[in-house]
Design a protein around this ligand. Sequence first.
Ligand SMILES: [Ca+2]
Length: 307
Amino acid sequence: MAFLQSHLKAGVATLTCIGRLVRAMLVYYVTEIDSRLAAINSSTSSVDGDQTLVSSNTEVTRLLPDPSSTSAVDDHQTLVSNTELTRLLPDTCSTSSVNGYQRLRNNKTAVCDEGWTVFQQRFNGSVDFHRTWQEYKDGFGNMEGEFWLGLDKIHELTSGQNCMLKIKMTGFDAATAYAQYSSFAIDDESDNYRLHVSGFSGTAGDSLEYHNGMQFTTKDRDNDEYKCVTSSNHQNSLCDVTTDKHPGINCALYDGAGGGWWYNVCSYSKLNAEWGRSEGHNYNMIWVHWKGWSEAIKESTMMFKCE
Ligand SMILES: [Ca+2]
């Protein structure tokens, strides 16, 4: 009897030991699987669902595992090269879901807004827009703040395509409005970036129609229609009414620092004018059909989308 009891105890002890071992192994594997899944989920993968789109190669590269040690994946980890990442970037804003600064496939950058390419952005007056012809041609400012993309780039990115224009505005009273045009193009420098715009829709009223067909004017290059032949300009000391050759008053210098624009005689809109609350009639950023001549626009975003 004692012999049997002894063997039974030994058998139970053995089974208990095996059970503990199996349990320990299971705990180990479950923990390992959990940690691997966590590592994979927090690193790079093709995620269905909450994929965060990262805007720069630097940021994407930073997220990749170190090739030598930190990957939780033993076999199928793909280390993605910068070239491959660049290939995955969008061609233009129209295929980007990013709102804001976006690196493009061609290694250039853009500021996107719901699929539109932003070419003018103002909201706090931190950048001076009373610039020269060359500066409006090349672009200026900070793409993560206030900026003008540049007339050459606007022409290059829109020419030969069917493009739309959208302008979003906010007043100093926080009211918002927009103007959209189903057709938008500007000529190249040989025709002084002449504006072609039509097909208005929106809530701000059409203060750009008056500027359709106009060439671009800056403080140092007067291509506006306010010429000496304009009757009210005959008294201006710049004009010689016998020849009418002089360009007369420069609209970019008329009623304050107007900034570059497609002035006529002179403007129903000028969104590149001096930023600030209105300092008088036609002085700051205006969009006459929405806020009149004397109430300034606080924020503007001008953008195009092409197909
Ligand atoms: Ca003029």
